[in-house]
Design a protein around this ligand. Structure first.
Ligand code: UD9
Length: 385
């Protein structure tokens, strides 16, 4: 029997981090002709992950252009990916999450009646303008996909509420935990993979490290200034050091460098490759972020997360007690962070709370569901890491 051709597709760094475990798990079975197509909606940050994961894309559309509008990018993706589909003729396409790549690739598949599996399906904020345009990207994808890999029960419930057939929904955990645990194992075996963090740990020896990321569009302007105000107040403490890989978007770096550039205990650094980022999270006492992926990763490492957003489509961490929404109010950020730095009981309660995002086996569950749908028998032994 010929092996079904599966085309795994993504375009940005977070998608690549969350999809490389799926590519690995598909290839490990040897039962599929697994191909990878990247739109390269982002370029450099994506390439770092491809290199780490040892993935050489079979199709690289190299679509990123400076100052690309949503219209132009959408049109380029659907047209160019459509051409790639006509050449590749896969039996199935896998997409991830909520980017323009996710939605436009799904549309190109729909126009050709090629079935789509959606990884990280069912995340919803309930507001089509927050996050924008991600909420609609993922909803449209959910209408078309015939396999929905929901990371949690809450995500699965959101899909059934939208009348998705429960037979097509699989609760798998989030593949980001697979990526995180695999990368942590590699760093443990070879610490030279994360040199940037080893240096900073030496420089900040004896201090409690706060790791920070902030890049969401909703926080540009006042939000970023408020975050910088909060960080400067926290840096007034002598027992604290802050490591902050600054996102390349100019709306972020300008404010942060102007307001935080002169503190001896704040390291404003370039974006980190994934191993260094994982090592930074491990080295930190707590994490302040507006990122989606980091909210999911931190609980697996036992690190409390303060989420600098008004809303989140990842409510599981809040309910489980591993994350707390603090928006961008400086008083609230400083108050909650100080409590965690000073009060061990409060810290332990958050740090030891249950991680709701998965056990590192999501990719295998996804592959098992695909195998079942395509009538491919998998030996159980092949489903373990
Ligand atoms: C609405 C929303 O939430 N949408 C999400 C958002 O993604 P996000 O907020 O999770 O994005 P980031 O925070 O940039 O990335 C996170 C990953 O990158 C690693 N990382 C981070 C900084 C660094 O210096 N080095 C790294 O290695 C980090 O560990 C983590 O795994 O946009 C994506 C489309 O772009 C969406 O698909 C995704 O749903």
């Amino acid at each position: 029997m010929s092996r079904p051709k599966i085309l795994v597709t993504f375009g940005t760094r977070p998608e690549a981090i969350k999809m490389f475990p799926v590519v690995d798990a598909l290839r490990a079975t040897d039962q599929f002709d697994t191909r990878v197509a990247v739109t390269a909606q982002h370029r450099e940050l994506l390439d770092q992950v491809l290199q780490l994961a040892g993935i050489l894309p079979d199709v690289d559309l190299d679509l990123m252009q400076q100052g690309q509008s949503l219209d132009e990018l959408s049109a380029r993706i659907v047209t160019r990916f459509g051409e790639a589909l006509d050449r590749e003729k896969p039996e199935r396409v896998l997409v991830h999450g909520d980017t323009l790549t996710t939605m436009m690739v799904t549309l190109a598949c729909y126009f050709r009646r090629i079935p789509v599996g959606h990884v990280e399906a069912g995340l919803r904020s309930g507001d089509i303008y927050s996050p924008w345009p991600e909420e609609v990207n993922r909803r449209v994808t959910g209408v078309i996909a015939d396999l929905h890999f929901a990371p949690t029960q809450i995500a699965a419930d959101a899909l059934t509420a939208e009348t998705v057939d429960p037979a097509n929904i699989f609760i798998t955990g989030n593949t980001v935990i697979d990526a995180l645990l695999a990368t942590r194992r590699r760093i443990a075996a070879d610490p030279s993979m994360a040199p940037a963090i080893a240096e900073l740990q030496q420089r900040f020896a004896g201090k409690q490290i706060i790791a920070v990321t902030a890049h969401r569009r909703e926080n540009f302007g006042d939000g970023m200034r408020n975050i910088a105000t909060a960080l400067s107040a926290l840096a007034a403490r002598d027992d604290v050091a802050i490591i902050y890989p600054v996102h390349p978007n100019p709306n972020v770096g300008g404010v942060m460098r102007a307001m935080l550039g002169d503190y001896h205990n704040i390291a404003l650094i370039e974006p980190l490759d994934y191993p260094n980022f994982v090592a930074m999270m491990e080295a930190s006492r707590l994490i302040l972020t507006d990122s989606g992926g980091v909210q999911e990763e931190a609980p697996s490492l036992g690190k409390p997360v303060l989420v600098m957003r008004d809303t989140t489509e990842r409510p599981e961490g809040i309910s489980a007690g591993t994350a707390r929404l603090v928006a961008t109010d400086p008083e609230r950020i400083v108050g909650e962070a100080s409590k965690l730095l000073d009060d061990h009981v409060a810290y332990d309660a958050m740090s030891k709370a249950h991680n709701p995002y998965g056990d590192g086996q999501a990719a295998h569950r996804i592959v098992a569901a695909i195998a079942q749908r395509h009538g491919v028998g998998l030996e159980p032994a092949r489903l373990t890491a």
